[in-house]
Design a protein around this ligand. Structure first.
Ligand code: ADP
Length: 197
């Protein structure tokens, strides 16, 4: 199966993207082991998360609409965001993946989703934090956080993406804000939150 997916990817994404995908696969496995999740599910979702990354906007919209994916106006304005949802459809139809946990992790890799599984959190983090993304102080801190507290790392990674989008005057998909609020709510605050009077 893995070889078949890689052969398919070689025909559908550039080599630099394939290298990113393989690093996401590897990092997903490492995080899965760290959090006692199934490394095989993590590897599968990591390997297939970007299957639709280079589909054209029109095709992404068509496939998503045919499948009944509910579109937010931000999806319509930025169909590229649909590569996550469409990637899960390709994983199912082209490679016969039926494991809903794996399909969800593919679907959730860009924006997350409130209530998402730990496996989805792992692939979401691996996509943003794999070593090829660079070594800025922010990324180094987020990688460290990903080893310590899964939900805190999701919250902080959302914050970093939201800052990035704001700095570039880009639209924000509301689902990432919902993901951020959910992950923040699950995070145990280490600092005192109540006042003495
Ligand atoms: N919450 C969001 N709202 C709108 N656009 C977003 C959001 N999160 C990510 N994006 C944009 O979606 C695109 C794809 O994100 P991603 O799947 O992480 O791609 P890549 O792997 O190329 O970084 C990026 O251009 C990013 O700026």
């Amino acid at each position: 199966m893995r070889d078949r997916v890689i052969r398919w990817l070689r025909r559908h994404v550039p080599i630099s993207r394939l290298q990113h995908i393989l690093r996401v696969e590897q990092f997903s496995v490492e995080l899965a082991q760290r959090y006692h999740l199934d490394p095989e599910q993590a590897a599968q979702a990591g390997l297939m998360h970007d299957l639709a990354k280079f589909f054209k906007p029109q095709r992404l919209l068509q496939v998503a609409q045919a499948e009944g994916v509910v579109l937010d106006p931000v999806d319509v304005a930025n169909p590229h965001l649909l590569h996550a949802a469409v990637g899960a459809i390709v994983a199912r139809d082209e490679f016969g993946i039926q494991d809903e946990a794996v399909l969800d992790a593919i679907r959730n890799h860009t924006l997350g989703c409130p209530g998402m599984s730990a496996l989805s959190c792992v692939v979401f983090l691996a996509d943003s934090l794999e070593p090829g993304r660079g070594d800025t102080p922010e990324l180094v801190a987020l990688r460290q956080s990903s080893q310590q507290d899964l939900y805190r790392a999701v919250w902080l990674t959302c914050d970093e993406s939201l800052r990035y989008l704001i700095a570039r005057a880009q639209q924000i998909h509301p689902r990432m804000v919902l993901t951020r609020n959910w992950a923040l709510g699950l995070t145990h605050k280490k600092t005192p939150t109540s006042r003495s009077h």
